[in-house]
Design a protein around this ligand. Structure first.
Ligand SMILES: Nc1ncnc2c1ncn2[C@@H]1O[C@H](COP(=O)(O)OP(=O)(O)OP(=O)(O)O)[C@@H](O)[C@H]1O
Ligand SMILES: [Mg+2]
Length: 262
């Protein structure tokens, strides 16, 4: 008798630092004949913090849409872990398997405390009142405490999310993502609208997060990218133009041609 094990049918393999967690291979997405992604290929390792940069319209958000199952490519492969074909899965299944995405605008529950927001994010069952009135386990409490430490909001545990600063709301939302135990986090323009201090702290949070996850950050803020000093992928017209550390990117001829018109 053959027993199909649901867990094993999505076996992403062992996760360890330096091992590939995401492979985007030859992906093309067309909108009415226009190629938003054009034979795009790159990969991300577990334990890595990768920055993706590129001009408006370069295809950064479309790439995230493909990885999270929102947009289906015309061609190419997207593989999670060793062999999970993400193109066969729908959005909820992709979230379930461990890919979390943070959009630019924070969407926290304004009238609930920091702690409660994290508690709500942890539940599969999003029915508000049921969640808030049921008891959480010690283990769950520990996870919330640990996450509040990671996002620097421990002191504000009881504070309503509505009165947090823009930066603090962004961190809380990152925390809410963490509560769902993702392995790969996709974060779109996290530091837009932040104060310089908040930008620094966001860099710290994402760097710490990347140690136990893989983090892909789309950003326009070059100072921020320089400060986190990670590997950078430059997208241009839906393809990878260059990849490397910030210094090699700044000295890259193709990048200079496209960005500085040299
Ligand atoms: N649903 C869609 N229908 C038609 N064209 C689209 C669609 N989504 C994206 N595009 C086009 O695809 C290209 C890439 O868009 P995308 O949003 O991925 O760029 P981006 O790199 O995220 O840009 P930005 O920095 O402005 O956020 C753009 O030219 C955009 O107009
Ligand atoms: Mg975008």
């Amino acid at each position: 008798m053959i027993i199909l094990d649901h867990e094993n049918s999505h076996n992403i393999g062992e996760l360890k630092k330096g091992k590939r967690i995401l492979l985007v291979d030859g992906v093309t997405v067309s909108f009415d004949g226009f190629k938003a992604l054009n034979n795009l290929s790159f990969s991300i390792n577990y334990g890595e913090l990768r920055c993706i940069i590129g001009a408006n319209g370069a295809g950064k958000s479309t790439m995230m849409d493909v990885v999270t199952g929102k947009t289906r490519p015309d061609a190419g492969h997207v593989t999670f872990g060793e062999a999970v074909n993400l193109l066969e899965m729908d959005e909820p299944a992709i979230a379930q398997i461990g890919i979390g995405r943070k959009f630019q605008k924070p969407t926290v529950f304004q009238n609930h405390s920091v702690f409660e927001n994290l508690e709500l994010a942890m539940q599969d069952d999003k029915r508000f009142f049921k969640t808030l009135f049921s008891k959480i386990s010690g283990e769950q409490r520990d996870k919330i405490e640990e996450t509040m430490g990671l996002i620097g909001l421990k002191e504000l545990a009881k504070q309503d999310a509505g009165i947090l600063s823009h930066g603090q709301k962004q961190w809380l939302e990152i925390g809410m993502l963490i509560m769902q135990n993702p392995k790969l986090l996709l974060v779109d323009e996290p530091v837009a609208g932040m104060t310089p201090q908040e930008v620094d702290k966001t860099g710290e949070i994402l760097t710490n997060l990347a140690k136990e996850h893989a983090v892909v950050v789309v950003e326009h803020d070059m100072e921020f990218i320089r400060s986190i000093a990670s590997k950078v992928t430059v997208l241009h017209e839906g393809s990878v133009l260059a990849e490397g550390d910030m210094e090699s990117i700044q000295n890259n001829e193709k990048v200079r041609k496209v960005y500085l018109g040299e």
